[in-house]
Design a protein. Sequence first.
Length: 708
Amino acid sequence: MKDAITDILRVEIEDGIGLICLNKPPVNALGVALRTAIHAAYGTLRDDPAVKAIVLYGEGRFFSAGADIKDFGKADLQPTLPQVLKALQDSDKPVVTALHGVAFGGALELALATHLRVGLNGLRIALPEVRLGLLPGAGGAQRLPRLTGIAAAIDIICSGREVGAQEALGLGIIDRLADGSPREAGLAAARDILAGRLTPRQTDRLSAGEDPQAVEAARQRLTAKRPALLAPLKALEAVTAASLPIEEGLARERALFMELMQGEERAGLVHAFFAERATSKIPESTAPLRLIEQVAVIGGGTMGVGIATSLLIAGYRVQLIEAQGERLPAVRAAIEANLAGALKRGKLTANGHGDALLGFSCGEALEAAANADLVIEAIFEDISAKTELFARLDRICKTGAILASNTSYLDVNLIAEATSRPADVIGLHFFSPAHIMRLLEVVVADRTAPDCVSTAFALARRLGKVPVRAGVCDGFIGNRILTQYRRAAEYLLLDGASFEEIDSALEEFGFAMGPFAVSDLAGLDVAKATRDRKAATRPPDERYSRVADLICAQGWYGRKTGRGYYIYDKAAPRRANPDVLAIIDDERRVLGITARAFSNQEIVDRCLTAMIAEAVRVIEEGVALRPVDVDAVELFGYGFPRHRGGPMFQADRIGLPVLIDRIERFSREDPQFWRVPELLRRMAQAGEGFAPMNDQPLSTTEKRNSHE
């Protein structure tokens, strides 16, 4: 047989060993085309009497990153991945897989179906399907436990975590570690098999036996930790099927996989996966990048410390400027503690940790920002203080430096106009803790230069953030929607639902914490400051709840004072504050409201509909470029349940006519709050949804005043 080369696969024979090389850049994704090519190449080598063993390996940085998510809807096209893997496992000729870089999902399942696995140092493997609302559906949940035992397989499969090369060797997932090239490592292993120096291992029986205690412990843990998620529990069920004969186990696993494929959880998680990547498609993406090496952070509070930490972890040199000199030792200690934590979590290497410490300095003189390529202001939310600071920075900073504000709500146009260089001014809205949270709202003012925007997005990617482009308005995308979500919750509270019921309903929907628990965590005084700022412009017909103000009047600001809506002490994680219940009852009496009951579904419907309605206005006004940008903001900055996909994804799932009907029904109680956005009405009349809009990005100035 002559060597065969296609655009995605290379086949050759050397010394009686057939070699199949995956060559589908950039990550050798196992889509329909590649799995079909592997199946055909294997069949050719199997039928060649000159071939005594077969080796699979990958070209490029990875063996394979796994299945092509875009091909999920083609899981049943033949040959299916399970069919390809069964052919490899049943081969009379030994089949070796040489793994390097990463082998995730279907790629690891492919390796598990072969008779021996060689890993190159630095290899990372995983079966991450639960993170997409699925489980390994091509034998991974059957073959892995037959190598590692039930407990280890549950840990790997039900968490989706990555496993390093040494751990994989210790667990028996791979049979040897090697250096050099994947091709040579695979050839060496095949030669050793043929010479009798290495014995292939089969995965047709559960060698370690059943482990009912591990199964039950995992079931309890998963139910407690992720009660809203179905995939981890279904994955556990698939792993337990490894106690069956291999063919029965494979059939059970596949049935569970196909069941999840049809579910909303899978659809939502896949949407979230693509949303994370879609936000980088911006009108300014082709603009050249400015060089950023030295960064100055203004403000040594929690946010400034977090931003500085994030920059240091990413390898930037950082000068933190804190006007109150007496606070500098505490600021430095906080930065050093954060960096130590990053080292412990593996976010920094030992060398990286040392470089970060060397790259950090702090002081109280604003003039230290003179040589910075980027300045990020992180002082308190006051427009006068910020404009005054930017006017000073304008005089101090070098030409071409980017001046960024970390404001959460304020007008970036006003901040920019305080300088003589508005083209260099941008909003970079980090989320606390800034070195942990992944969202970064990039707020583009009217006169912000395109290269300033493109540089901000490049910065975000280096920081490991999910950047989302936002226009200027009060609260931008996230906080603007959050305000309406909270108002809906506050109205439910006034009308009869308890804050415990509201939090519980939304936590059951999938939020980690309900809105009142979140308010306690953030600090009730923080939200009150925002309400006070907006009081003068509040519409006279707006329904206003005084409950949070009355709680603040008692000096109860949430967790930091030990009580807010809830009481926080060692006796219980949180329990309702009875004095707040009395405040609510009194306020209902003052307003003449007779409390009524709300079901969990009614609570979720109202809060979610309020979010969607405001999100539609954000899109309509051009503050967000696309619906997927709204979803990304909510998913990565505001705790929207990942498996629910985001508010705009939910809007399509619910249906636009249903949403309009809800808003119109709710408006009979409160026409000022519940209003149907014009864009929503036009789209419903045209029978359209939000998903197609994600492929039609707008210009930087266009608003959706018309719908074509």
